[in-house]
Design a protein around this ligand. Structure first.
Ligand SMILES: [Zn+2]
Ligand SMILES: [Zn+2]
Length: 110
């Protein structure tokens, strides 16, 4: 899965999930999380259903991947499972704002 913002291989940082259909839309890499959100997600997850950037209903959930070790005989297999505890959420507007190619147009008034 690739990052929904930069399109590169995202590693295991966060999953991007449509809360209504449950569909996994993609992933979010660590660089984009930092660039777009800074530390918002670290402090922004309030355990409620609102967008971390505004007060609208969350539409997209961004749960973190948590590596878990499983012992399989003598080998240890590391899997990444999604921690869907208090995942930060984004409303559809903010989600589109960060994933759209073009930056939002600025209206300049003179
Ligand atoms: Zn990215
Ligand atoms: Zn929002």
């Amino acid at each position: 899965m690739n990052c929904v913002i930069c399109g590169h291989e995202s590693g295991y940082n966060r999953a991007v999930i449509d809360r209504f259909s449950g569909a996994k839309i993609g992933q979010l890499c660590m660089n984009c999380e930092r660039d777009e959100f800074g530390k918002v997600f670290e402090y922004g997850s309030r355990g409620d259903d609102q967008c971390v950037l505004c007060r609208r209903d969350g539409h997209i959930a961004l749960p973190r991947f948590v590596p878990t070790e499983e012992r399989n005989g003598n080998t240890i297999v590391v899997r990444s499972t999604i921690d869907d505890g208090d995942a930060p959420q984004l409303c559809d507007e903010h989600f589109h704002a960060i994933t759209e190619d073009e930056p939002p147009k600025r209206v300049v008034r003179r």
